[in-house]
Design a binder for this molecule. Structure first.
Ligand SMILES: [Zn+2]
Length: 299
């Protein structure tokens, strides 16, 4: 049995990679800025990272990508932040590195890590939400990661919460999606409205903590919308646990209470009374550890 894999978590600004063992420990790590200009440059940096980490006993590589993946072919179908769109990435990596390679989207990778060794440990039905600029997510159903018909996973951030609402943009033709109404991006938008041009969600949260009533009201409103999404997730999946991570979740002291109040209204019993909503435990390492687990699965 393979004991260690390289996990590579590709983000829009940095690539975090490491050697991950079966207990989810990171034995060695490397970090590089993400080249976003050209695919060749991006692939060159991946070569450097793998060269640096590979050694005795590394027999698999797992990637967490901010992309839509068709697992039937290992092709990256959509990828806004990194230059991998319309590329047979799994074939390329397997040939290049001569070991089993597996891909997953970053939301799923973080979900798998929190499920195996983090806040969702021991559960069979779990929802993971990563509240960042956008919203990533993943599902564990019946004790396994859920990936859907082509393996793209659950795009929870693109659930419609507001028909005809704010357009998503990028690859997404939709409107009023969860990540538009209840993420760092929603906080950024509200910050500009309340605090002026160039203001950020981080400043909005700072103002709310400092006693600015309008800012607090705006953050609580984002919380209510999050709660509406939690209610729908409880109704559809009846999870034991919902794990909430990501940078924007740092403001949960402000938004969690209105979120839970709204969830209790929108969700049906007994699911709403049984579900635990808990903070993620692994922080920014979740993606890297999860990518390692994905690699171990492939070996
Ligand atoms: Zn969308």
């Amino acid at each position: 049995m393979v004991e260690r894999a390289i996990g590579i978590d590709v983000g829009g600004t940095k690539i975090a990679a490491g050697v991950v063992d079966r207990d989810g420990r990171i034995l060695r790590r490397v970090e590089q800025p993400t080249p976003t200009e050209s695919r060749d440059e991006f692939l060159g940096v991946l070569d450097e990272i793998v060269d640096e980490l590979r050694g005795d006993g590394i027999e698999a590589i797992g990637f967490g990508l901010p992309s839509t993946i068709d697992q039937r072919t290992g092709r990256v179908v959509g990828s806004v932040h990194v230059p991998l769109e319309d590329f047979d990435f799994r074939d390329h990596a397997a040939e290049r590195f001569s070991v089993p390679v597996a891909l997953d989207n970053d939301g799923n990778a973080a979900c798998i890590a929190e499920w195996k060794i983090g806040a969702g440990r021991g559960s069979n039905h779990m929802v993971m939400l990563t509240l960042g600029t956008g919203i990533g997510g993943g599902l564990i159903l019946d004790g396994k990661p859920y990936r859907g018909s082509v393996g793209a996973g659950a795009e929870i951030g693109h659930m419609v919460l507001e028909y005809g609402g704010e357009p998503c943009g990028g690859n997404c033709t939709g409107h009023g999606h969860f990540e538009q109404v209840s993420s760092g991006r929603a906080a950024d938008r509200k910050a500009v409205e309340l605090l002026g041009p160039g203001a950020t969600g981080r400043e909005l949260v700072g103002e709310a903590r400092a006693g600015n009533e309008a800012a607090l009201g705006a953050v609580r409103e984002i919380g209510k919308r999050l709660g509406a999404a939690l209610g729908s997730l409880v109704n559809v999946f009846n999870p034991e646990v919902i794990v909430i991570g990501g940078g924007f979740s740092q403001a949960r002291d402000l938004f969690l209470e209105p979120a839970l109040e709204t969830m209790k209204v929108e969700a049906l019993p007994p699911g709403r009374d049984l579900v635990r909503v808990v903070p993620a435990l692994l922080g920014p390492d979740a993606g890297l550890v999860g990518a390692g687990f994905v690699g171990l699965e492939a070996a």
